[in-house]
Design a protein around this ligand. Structure first.
Ligand SMILES: Nc1ncnc2c1ncn2[C@@H]1O[C@H](COP(=O)(O)OP(=O)(O)OP(=O)(O)O)[C@@H](O)[C@H]1O
Ligand SMILES: [Mg+2]
Length: 243
């Protein structure tokens, strides 16, 4: 059973006073448990748009997306939201932490929506997750007292605290220096390995992309497999083989 399966996915957006814009063309992608996938591509190539579709935040305009072999269109929006909450963890370049809340409170937030967890249970799960990312000593710190790398680790703990099967990371190290970025990526990798989750990472950084085992490049909304392909190579007509 595949975790996530995209078939012929396109995404077209309406624009006021302009022709509709097709951002993604004919995307086929299968994601299985334990996969490590990287997606690189120029700014504007459609990476975040693709990630939003993988995360069930946006629907394809045409084509099909299935999660655990169920066509997402057949799910009610409430069911889809529940699945997203329990199965998918998002990590963004901007940490998006709640500013007035402590690290522990931030990590507890997603557990509010998990059924059957008492306050104390939620607190102990969140505490363990913060310890897991090396922040057991900063539980009561608010984001403005944490470094960028620490804030990203809190954000990672919050994304992963419900044990998602799929981790989607959009430029997770974009706001961090090289060394902190490497440490943060290792942490995401480790948690994904421990839990058997799949990890899809969007990045501009070749060193981060190299950590993946399947490499893709988006070029003007089309997805190409392979690490070696460059944007320029794919733009010459003889190499551009996408439908
Ligand atoms: N809702 C929208 N309406 C109009 N245009 C959009 C919309 N969403 C995205 N776009 C356009 O689609 C293209 C792809 O956007 P997207 O955010 O997916 O790019 P990206 O590859 O993530 O770029 P970056 O590396 O800069 O984050 C861009 O040209 C963007 O301006
Ligand atoms: Mg983007």
């Amino acid at each position: 059973m595949s975790l996530l399966h995209l078939e012929g996915v396109t995404r077209t957006v309406e624009r006021p006073d302009e022709e509709p814009l097709t951002i993604l063309h004919g995307i086929d992608l299968e994601v299985d448990s334990g996969d490590r996938i990287s997606v690189v591509g120029r700014s504007g190539s459609g990476k975040s748009t693709l990630l939003n579709i993988l995360g069930l935040l946006d629907a394809p305009s045409t084509g099909r997306i299935a999660i655990h072999d169920r066509d997402v269109r057949t799910l009610s929006s409430a069911h889809r939201d529940r699945l997203r909450g329990s199965e998918i963890g998002f990590i963004f370049q901007q940490f998006n932490l709640l500013p007035g809340r402590t690290a522990l409170e931030n990590v507890m937030t997603p557990l509010l929506y998990a059924h059957g967890a008492s306050f104390w249970r939620r607190e102990s799960i969140a505490r363990a997750m913060l310890e897991r990312v090396g922040l057991g000593h900063r539980l009561d710190s608010k984001p403005d007292r944490l470094s960028g790398g620490e804030q990203q680790r809190v954000a990672i703990a919050r994304s992963l605290v419900r044990g998602p099967r799929l981790i989607l990371a959009d430029e997770p190290t974009g706001a961090l220096d090289l060394e902190t970025g490497e440490a943060v990526m290792s942490m995401i990798d480790e948690v994904a390995t421990d839990t058997g989750a799949a990890l899809v990472t969007i990045t501009h950084d070749p060193a981060i992309a190299a950590r993946a085992t399947r490499h893709y490049r988006l070029i003007a909304g089309r997805l190409f497999e392979g690490a070696e392909m460059t944007d320029d190579a794919a733009e010459t007509p003889t190499v551009a083989v996408a439908p």
